[in-house]
Design a protein around this ligand. Structure first.
Ligand code: UDP
Length: 333
């Protein structure tokens, strides 16, 4: 397969920066566009061409396509905080849906024929079938999920009409960090459980809140499917290769391990890793949290022959903790 350069949007962000490394490790040339609203230039390797700007800036995007001979796009740029999407829906439709319309239009006009999109389990809303199959009804319960679902639809319609194909990867709970410590989550205003817990573990917070202990689950806390970010990045490289090999097919697939863990089980794993208990505070439910989200990952495993390397919570929290300690050392210097 000819390895044409891949444009990674949001490549200075958490998942995007891991995808850049996975692409490079697999021998793909890469370029990054990121507006640095949430990303950090330092996590992008020095040898990767970096463009600071918006994916909605068509002139810039066209210039990158031409300068770098881009053959495919991995599209991570967007806004990702669910409660914020409820407060600022128009910002979310702008950054996630309308900006993607601009990127996609530029791709179609310039003959970039493959696009892999960051979608989310939030497209399902509060699903009835667990583990969730991809054909479960899509009924998002917040603007974040809706903005991503609209983008999936736009991609599907475009793939039917134009000379292109697409993949939409629906992420469950992405966590952990690069095992070699090259990148991780930076956390401007963290909201995710494992990130907050490791911040507490290194003393950036004095406790961790547990949001809701009265859910209809065995220990009363919410159940999620935590997937290591490097396994997710590997799934992206495989999905990209599949899109190129089979230009008449599209991919829509869940990305998770198909295993659910409760909030307390995650915190227990961290306690074991620390050899001491983190202080927990039991709090009321957080608005908008469905009790259980676990992926059916059969499609991912079978279609992409994906074998995760880090599918256990011990490894995920260990890598998250190592990265948090590195951030702390760097900040102290
Ligand atoms: N959670 C928690 N304390 C926190 C952050 C999250 O108890 O400080 C819970 C949250 O209510 C949910 C689970 O952890 O049940 C996963 O939340 P996260 O924000 O990590 O991901 P989400 O599933 O909302 O995308």
């Amino acid at each position: 397969m000819q390895k044409l350069p891949v444009l990674v949007t949001g490549g200075a962000g958490y998942i995007g920066s891991h995808a850049v490394l996975a692409l490079q490790d697999a021998g793909w040339p890469v370029a990054v566009i990121d507006n640095l609203s949430n990303g950090t230039r330092e996590v992008v390797p020095q040898d990767v061409p970096f463009y600071e700007g918006s994916i909605a800036d068509r002139d810039l995007v066209k210039r990158i396509f031409a300068e770098r001979q881009i053959g495919a796009i991995m599209h991570f740029a967007g806004s990702i905080v669910v409660p914020e999407s409820v407060e600022k829906p128009l910002e979310y439709y702008q950054n996630n849906t309308i900006a993607t319309h601009a990127l996609l239009s530029a791709a179609v006009e310039n003959g970039v024929r493959h696009i892999l999109f960051s979608s989310t389990a939030a497209v399902y809303g509060a699903p009835e079938t667990i583990p969730i199959p991809e054909d479960e009804p899509k009924q998002p319960i917040n603007p974040y999920g809706a903005s991503k679902l609209m983008t999936e639809r736009m991609l599907a319609d475009s793939a039917a009409a134009y000379d292109m194909n697409y993949g939409a990867l629906r992420y469950f709970n992405v966590s952990g960090a690069d095992p070699d410590g090259r990148t991780g989550q930076i956390g401007k205003g963290s909201t995710h459980l494992i990130k907050i817990a490791v911040e507490a573990a290194v003393g950036k917070r004095n406790h961790i809140d547990v949001y809701g202990t009265d859910y209809p689950t065995p220990d009363g806390t919410c159940i999620r499917d935590y997937i290591h970010v490097s396994d997710l990045a590997d799934a992206h490289v495989r999905a990209l290769e599949r899109l190129i090999e089979r230009p008449d097919e599209n991919l829509v697939m869940n990305c998770g391990y198909g295993q659910g863990l409760s909030v307390l089980e995650v915190l227990d794993a961290l306690d074991r890793s620390l050899n001491q208990p983190l202080r927990r505070q039991m709090k009321p439910r957080r608005a908008g949290d469905p009790p259980t989200l676990v992926a059916s990952n059969q499609r991912l495993v079978e279609t992409l022959e994906w074998t995760p390397r880090f599918a256990d919570i011990e490894t995920i929290v260990k890598h998250a903790l190592e990265w948090e300690r590195k951030l702390q050392r760097d900040a102290a210097q």
